[in-house]
Design a protein around this ligand. Sequence first.
Ligand SMILES: Cc1cc2nc3c(=O)[nH]c(=O)nc-3n(C[C@H](O)[C@H](O)[C@H](O)COP(=O)(O)O)c2cc1C
Length: 350
Amino acid sequence: MDDSLRSIRKNEHIQLALDTYQSGGTDFDKVQLIHQSIPSINKNQINLSMTFPHFTFNHPIYINAMTGGSERASLINKHLAQIARECDIPMAVGSTHSALKDTHAESSFTVVREENPNGIIFSNVGADIGYKLAQKSIELLGANALQIHVNAPQELIMPEGDTEFEHWLNNIQEIQEHIDVPVIIKEVGFGMSAETIQKIKDIGIQYVDISGRGGTNFADIENRRRPLQDMSFLNQWGQSTVQSLLEASILGTDINLLASGGVKNPLDAIKSIVLGADAVGMSGYVLKHLEEFGVTETITHMKQFIDQLYIIANLLNASNISDLREVGYVLSPDLQSYVEQRNKAIQRFK
Ligand SMILES: Cc1cc2nc3c(=O)[nH]c(=O)nc-3n(C[C@H](O)[C@H](O)[C@H](O)COP(=O)(O)O)c2cc1C
């Protein structure tokens, strides 16, 4: 694809993500955490850092993949990197394909490392590229991990999408074998099934980001880019973030579980952790806040967001991430029915 078209597309994605952003109404509302009246810990005794095999997140949230490859994206990346640095949280860049094909686009990504020399940064590529380009993507940023996005619905709905998928799994496996940072297989808002997570685990991948439905909606975004806008019937495609976490939990496979998709407040983030996530990513929420209020206010806001994670943990009498996993919860009847129906199917293939 032509580089200028790629840059135009990136700007369209940013604008459409902002225009279609909705502040409420996700499956997180269908999960109730059980309140305990007599906490036995103080707020300052809580530590919500999360240690993974390859790095430690000082707080259990991160800014997820969005941008790079255009002038507007470059400024956004600079600001996101400043937010990540000041809040001490990891950050992923958007797909680096533009920079892998055109050196002019590199600075819109490298700005992230310049702004945050010591931070945890994830690079990002699609599953259609070979391991040499994947290696280049990691080197570009001195990345601590590589996200490989799997976005089949997006490619199929977007007018200029790449619909050759047959090599994806092999490519992922080859990348994993040739690079020396961990690979994170990442959805883009359509969620993951237990079968997908198992498939990823079976080829030796240690990290998934189940990025589910509920927030930024690439079915809707790509449909709006179609001349006839004729595919809105797929707007609710995929598993929500809550459903994806339930899929992972029924499966019970030992894999590092990152969750994103529709996280819009600290309670959504804590609910994700209670349901099994090791850390929680946000894209649309941070982008929207940055666009509306600017970088300084967004830093203050995200610091408050982190503090409020600790407030909720205190309410739940949880002093760390493992305690959060023990928190009681109740699912709405439709989620409970989802669990029962999927449980049967998942036990069959396990
Ligand atoms: C403007 C924008 C651009 C995105 N570009 C990418 C990308 O290049 N690579 C990727 O893996 N995910 C990309 N995403 C998807 C997000 O990383 C995330 O999976 C999805 O937006 C769901 O999270 P959210 O509801 O918090 O936005 C993008 C999201 C947004 C808002």
